[in-house]
Ligand binder design. Structure first.
Ligand code: AMP
Length: 283
């Protein structure tokens, strides 16, 4: 595996590969990230000739609406390099901020209308413009054939899908299942911030999502289910629920009657840590 930091080193390391399988991350890798890298490696190995697996690790300042969150974001590059290698990454791209934002932080931004404006977009103003901008830049630098994203960030998947479609990026996208701790908590780099007594309560988010999805599939009134879930989360120790919503999985608009493409999405705070997660409604 090669570790590269500049655009020139990156394109030299990728060479003229037939297929490039790309996993963008913000580092501090866990099993969720590794499942994406392994999926990329499986696809790369299936090709003839074999493709190349590229992982980027870049804590993107433009997607943090809260400077304290950016400052507190965990980092451990030596460990990330070893983990990426173990998951069969070929090229580990770890640029610094000036490499990605040569023009400074006031350059051109990509805005994806509609799907980026609800939920996370409301509670984290500017977040998805930062995500879309950095992903567009990384796509131009890496020139992937396939890019891999996690369903844990469901709205992000929809924002990237719309950007790729609207701007005709010549690549395909794969969305991979959420990887969870044994107690159901979705893996996240931010889980490192939990105090032990708070960590024990955090799986209530996934339990409440599943309970909401079951109740929705059983024909309950969806707005009543949402309100009940918000209450259940507060009782379970969450100090604030940003949203708990039963939505169409493509448009992210609230739905009144669940179909095969319905998801329950939520964001809530516990012990000063903001968690997001989502599940499918099993209809
Ligand atoms: P991040 O480093 O948090 O920006 O995440 C990089 C990629 O890994 C994104 O596509 C995430 O959706 C994905 N990811 C993060 N956590 C998980 C998880 N628990 N399971 C699957 N994918 C994940």
């Amino acid at each position: 595996m090669k570790v590269v930091r500049t655009a020139v080193e990156l394109s030299d390391a990728i060479g003229r590969n037939e297929s490039v399988h790309f996993v963008p991350t913000m580092g501090y890798l866990h099993d969720g990230h590794l499942s994406l890298i392994r999926a990329a490696a499986r696809d790369a190995n299936a090709g003839r000739p074999k493709g190349v697996v590229v992982v980027s690790s870049f804590v993107n300042p433009t997607q943090f609406n809260d400077p304290r969150d950016l400052k507190a974001y965990p980092r451990d590059e030596p460990r990330d390099i070893e983990l990426a290698r173990s998951a069969h990454c070929d090229v580990f791209f770890a640029p610094d901020v000036d490499t990605i934002y040569r023009e400074g932080l006031s350059g051109t931004r990509v805005h994806v209308p509609g799907v980026s404006e609800r939920w996370e977009g409301e509670f984290r103003p500017g977040h998805f413009d930062g995500v879309a901008t950095v992903v567009a830049k990384l796509f131009h630098l890496v020139v992937p054939t396939v890019a891999y994203f996690g369903e844990k960030d469901w709205q992000q998947c929809r924002v990237i899908a719309k950007m790729v479609d609207d701007l005709d990026f010549p690549l395909s996208l794969k969305f991979c299942e959420t990887v969870r701790e044994p107690d159901g908590l979705a893996m996240s780099s931010r889980n490192a911030r939990f105090r032990p007594e708070v960590r024990a309560k955090a799986p209530a988010l996934y339990e409440t999502l599943r309970e909401g999805a079951r109740a929705a599939a059983a024909g309950g009134d969806l707005r009543t289910i949402e309100r009940g879930a918000e209450h259940a989360l507060r009782v379970a120790g969450f100090e604030k629920v940003d949203y708990f919503a039963i939505v169409d999985e493509r448009t992210l608009e609230r739905t009144d009657s669940p179909t095969a493409g319905t998801r329950v999405i939520a964001a809530a705070w516990i012990g000063g840590v903001r968690l997001i997660d989502n599940v499918e409604v099993p209809v």
